[in-house]
Design a protein around this ligand. Structure first.
Ligand code: FAD
Ligand code: SIN
Length: 554
């Protein structure tokens, strides 16, 4: 089946222009850290973000950040656990970079002012999460790790001359030059005065740090800004995207009722790391015997076990039992989750917590080398929007904050050796379109129904049918929700097509009709690129160590 997508968003012509050296899109852990490193390399940096500077998944992160900081731990152990979780599809070089440079990246964050919880000896307190064979998760404020990281990074960026931040600024599409490289982007600002409406940002280096894709599903742990804009921008720019079919569903998301939609409260895996267990309606601990790590098995294993029980019993959720913790431990270790449970009328010291899997993380994204470079000169991607190959078919818990820190620093290293050359941007060509914002609900429902935790050829074919119909609902009213919906559609289409193509079960990709892992035909990475004609080409990339991208002198 041929997939045809617009190569740019329909938008008004730019009414204003800014020139800078490096433009960073997104203000989560990845974007803020990149901005600091790019500035340290001596460049003028413009950081644009579509809502307030502290919005994004980063500030919601609960469990913590994984790094081999303990004396009885080592990067090699962390590497092994990451590779196991990735179910054979990790890029070994990228994983090696992550685990060896991770501890230093966390120490840099501490030097910047982030305060992690400590134990009675004053050392960083470390806990465990699913798939980790060591205690290596550093946390802050008990379960408010992301909030503390965001606070420290926003403070560092705010005080830094040479970094300009524009909030309420939605990046639309990149500019290209005649050699195919990137030369900045178009930006829609809800501002005042000169910088209002659509404008042009001219820069020879564009760093996409736009985070996750959660809003392509009806329910997700991700905030509302997670509409996959960066992946969609990358696709339209001709960047290769990979591993999109590997969507991680977090096993223990609070079940708030069958009609729930949008961002849902997470019950951190660290709650199981501290001893909570899963039970079914009869009180049976069903993870025992499923996996040697029982309730702390990798995330996909736990999510599948919960889904199977739900399917077999006809129930909408299972139960998490943390009654043993007692109030003191709940207040000290998980104050944010405790507050959220109370808001839903649950007292976890006496009640079981209803939980069900929901979308949580995109393991795939814009394919980069181990310095954040995409195949398009001048275009970088970092954080959840990127596919460095670190996560393979399933991300190991608490590896994503770390990935943002480590690879942002590496982009800083590349920039320090020189900017890509500046050229004039060329007038955009190709088909442009914007979809009606009202199509979002049917798109989300179709993705949830057909490309959720459990997938089959028929379920995904039905979803592709809905997506085709949604693609016809073009509008002549470009605005923020309509642009976001157009991005969701592009991303959902490529993700579903690739998920349908992958005829096996591996990591977080679970197919009812192909229940086994197939290492003979499917130990490959699906990599897709949109041609200038708007036709999507998908290739089976052999699973070798990633080559460093060489953009040459242009
Ligand atoms: P984000 O933090 O999501 O930031 C993306 C930024 O891009 C935002 O500022 C957004 O507004 C902006 N943006 C998006 N599109 C545009 C656009 N078109 N124009 C301009 N700006 C745009 N990971 C861990 O390692 N440990 C954890 O404990 C953990 N817990 C989590 C708990 C929850 C509830 C969630 C949702 C995620 C959790 N994760 C955790 C995952 C982790 O938080 C994210 O993967 C990580 O924070 C992503 O960082 P990021 O900088 O890539 O993106
Ligand atoms: C959690 O706290 O369970 C989330 C951790 C993660 O997504 O890495």
């Amino acid at each position: 089946m041929t997939i045809h997508l617009p190569t740019r968003l329909a938008a008004p012509s730019p009414g204003w222009t800014i020139e800078t050296d490096v433009v960073v899109v997104g203000s989560g852990v990845a974007g803020l850290t990149t901005a600091l490193h790019a500035r340290a390399a001596g460049y003028r940096v413009l950081l644009v973000t579509k809502a307030n500077v502290d919005e994004g998944s980063t500030r919601w992160a609960q469990g913590g950040i994984a790094a081999a900081l303990a004396e009885d731990d080592s990067p090699l152990d962390h590497e092994r656990d990451t590779l196991v979780a990735g179910a054979g599809l990790c890029d070994p070089k990228a994983v090696h970079v992550l685990v060896t440079e991770g501890p230093q990246a966390v120490r840099r964050l501490i030097a910047l002012g982030a305060q992690f919880d400590t134990d009675e000896t004053g050392d960083i307190a470390l806990t465990r999460e699913g798939g980790h064979l060591r205690d290596r998760i550093a946390h802050a404020g008990g379960d408010a790790t992301g909030k503390e990281i965001s606070r420290a990074l926003v403070a560092a960026v705010s005080g830094r001359s040479g970094i300009e931040v524009i909030e309420n600024a939605l990046a639309l599409d990149v500019y290209r030059d005649r050699f195919g490289g990137v030369q900045g982007l178009t930006l829609h600002v809800i501002g005042q005065g000169q910088r209002d409406g659509v404008g042009a940002v001219l820069a020879p280096a564009v760093v996409l740090a736009t985070g996750g894709i959660g809003q392509i599903f009806s329910m997700s742990t991700n905030p509302s800004v997670a509409t996959g804009d960066g992946v969609a921008m990358g696709i339209r720019a001709g960047a290769a995207v990979a591993d999109l079919e590997f969507v991680q569903f977090h096993p223990t998301v609070l079940y708030t009722g069958s009609g729930a939609s949008g961002q849902q409260p997470l019950i951190s895996e660290a709650v199981r790391g501290e001893g909570a267990v899963l039970r079914d309606d009869a009180g049976v601990r069903f993870m025992v015997g499923e996996h040697e790590l029982a309730d702390l098995a990798p995330r996909d294993v736990v999510a599948k076990a919960i889904m199977r029980r739900m399917r077999d019993s006809g129930r909408k959720h299972m139960w998490l039992d943390a009654r043993d913790f007692g109030l003191e431990k709940w207040e000290r270790r998980f104050p944010t989750i405790l507050m959220s449970l109370r808001e839903h009328g649950i007292d976890p010291t006496v009640d079981l917590i209803p939980v069900a899997p929901a979308q949580h993380y995109a393991s795939g994204g814009i394919r980069t080398d181990s310095h954040g470079r995409s195949n398009v000169r001048g275009l970088f991607a970092v954080g959840e929007v990127a596919c460095t190959g670190v996560h393979g078919a399933n991300r190991l818990a608490s590896n994503s904050l770390l990935e943002g820190l480590v690879f942002a620093a590496r982009i800083g290293d590349v920039l320090a050796s020189g900017l890509p050359e500046r050229h004039n941007p060329i007038d955009p060509s190709g088909d442009s379109a914007v979809l009606a914002a009202s199509a979002r609900r049917s798109l989300q429902a179709a993705m949830t129904e057909g490309v959720g935790v459990l997938r089959s050829r028929d379920s995904m074919a039905t979803t592709l049918g809905v997506l085709n119909a949604v693609g016809e609902t073009t509008s002549d009213d470009p605005h923020v929700q309509a642009w976001e919906t157009t991005n969701l559609h592009a991303l959902a289409t490529v993700l579903t097509a690739n998920a349908k193509m992958r005829k096996e079960t591996r990591g977080s990709h679970w197919r009812e009709d192909f229940p086994n892992t197939d290492d003979i035909d499917w130990k490959v990475r699906l990599s897709s690129r949109l041609g200038e004609d708007g036709i999507l080409v998908t290739e089976r990339e052999p699973l070798t160590v990633s080559e460093e991208v060489n953009w040459g002198t242009r």
